[in-house]
Design a protein around this ligand. Structure first.
Ligand code: PLP
Length: 399
């Protein structure tokens, strides 16, 4: 029997999917389940996106497209990132992918030789570790616990960069914590990055449209334009426009990197389909009222989540200021029991919570922080409040 390649053995199935699957099974069995587990937006894109897709369908060429992305998409993305604050970029600085996930995978292939080091903060989006493992990179995880609001400090970054990693990967706003770095925090980290010219910087900022409390979205290049030669900005239509299933992600970065991604595309995906391209162009260039309204809605839901969590003695939740996640420290519950079931860790807690109360959350260990659990709060308010009430009740019943 032939063997699978070793890299497949290094890939782990997503822990998020495991809990989502269990929730689905319970639902199918007739249980009343409220899911706070999957990080998907609960809205659809505006009608103009569907109209653009229908229009493209009516004169579809049926052909392969550009490996870099259609010019019309690149131009729409250029305008989009200019509005965010990225100026002076041209088509040659861009390339496309099948969602940010595939873009990040391509970046790992383009930037990391086997055995080279990538560093990123924990809590991290699960896939970062998995992609690094698949390409055989060494991972240096920088632990940023709840006491530091899950945020990387300049001192931690300095310590990591002194090891001369090939890549520093950064995520702002953060999945799973919802943390957002302020202009000052970004500037302080950028000062450190500027001292280490041999490290690529990848900023996965796909939640950039979902920032609350007037903090604004900031990137290292805004603070230190000279970082542009080695910084790659990753964006996607998934979260901003409610289009996770449409699968469009893009990078803006140095020409050499955009070219490398384009070459990989020519051997992997070839191109993003025409109809999808038209929809993404409409999303980037059309009215931005849907993302703006959703940002307001999520800020309001964040407040509802925090108000509920504040009722639980011993649970501490650093205040999320973006995306649609809260990441409370629930370690105070470890060692206690619910209905005779011992809760030894985050995985037990999420399993018992799901079983007892029908609420699905994701154990923090999936994100490199076993003291916490992730609550994704995109569900309708009619489910959010009862779901949170069940969590509060669950904690009150621990003994
Ligand atoms: N980056 C982060 C931080 C995410 O949370 C996700 C999706 O959950 C992605 C990237 C992938 O996004 P896409 O749907 O564009 O592949």
């Amino acid at each position: 029997m032939p063997q699978l390649a070793q890299r497949v053995g290094r890939a782990k199935p997503s822990a998020i999917m495991v809990i989502a699957e269990k929730a689905k099974q319970l639902k199918a069995a007739g249980r009343d389940i409220i899911s706070f587990s999957i990080g998907v937006p609960n809205f659809l894109p505006g009608e103009h996106v569907y109209a653009a897709a229908r229009e493209a369908l009516s004169h579809d060429s049926g052909q392969y497209g550009s490996n870099r992305g259609a010019e019309v998409l690149l131009d729409a993305f250029l305008k989009h990132i200019e509005a965010l604050g990225f100026t002076g970029y041209a088509r040659n600085n861009l390339s496309v992918g099948i969602g940010a996930k595939q873009v990040l995978y391509n970046l790992a292939e383009a930037l990391l030789n086997e055995g080279e080091e990538i560093c990123f903060a924990a809590p991290y989006w699960t896939t970062y570790h998995d992609i690094a493992d698949i390409v055989g990179a060494k991972v240096n995880v920088l632990h940023c616990g709840p006491a530091q609001n899950y945020k990387l400090t300049p001192e931690q970054l300095e310590g990591a960069l002194a090891r001369k990693p090939k890549v520093f990967l950064f995520n702002n706003p953060s999945n799973p914590t919802g943390m957002v770095y302020t202009r000052e925090e970004i500037a302080a980290l950028a000062d450190v990055l500027a001292k280490y010219p041999d490290t690529w910087i990848v900023t996965d900022d796909i939640y950039n449209s979902m920032v609350f409390d007037g903090i604004g979205y900031h990137n290292f290049v805004f603070a230190k334009p000279e970082l542009r030669d080695r910084l790659i900005f990753v964006d996607s239509v998934s979260k901003t426009y409610g289009m996770p299933g449409w699968r469009v992600g893009l990078i803006a970065g140095p020409e050499s990197v955009a070219k490398a991604i384009t070459t990989l595309n020519s051997n992997h995906i070839t191109s993003v389909p025409e109809v999808i391209t038209a929809a993404a162009v409409a999303a980037f260039s059309g009215p931005q009222d849907v993302p703006q309204a959703k940002c307001k809605e999520f800020a309001h839901k964040r407040d509802i989540v925090l108000a509920a969590l504040a009722k639980i003695p011993g649970v501490v939740c650093p205040r999320p200021q973006g995306a649609f996640y809260a990441f409370p420290d629930v370690s105070g519950a470890f060692g206690k029991s619910h209905g005779g079931k011992l809760i030894g860790n985050d995985v037990d807690l999420c399993a018992v919570l799901l079983e007892a109360k029908g609420v699905a959350c994701v154990p923090g260990s999936a994100f490199g922080e076993p003291r916490a659990m992730r609550i994704s709060y995109t569900c309708p308010t009619a489910q959010l409040e009862p779901g949170l009430a069940r969590i509060v009740e669950f904690f009150a019943e621990l003994n």
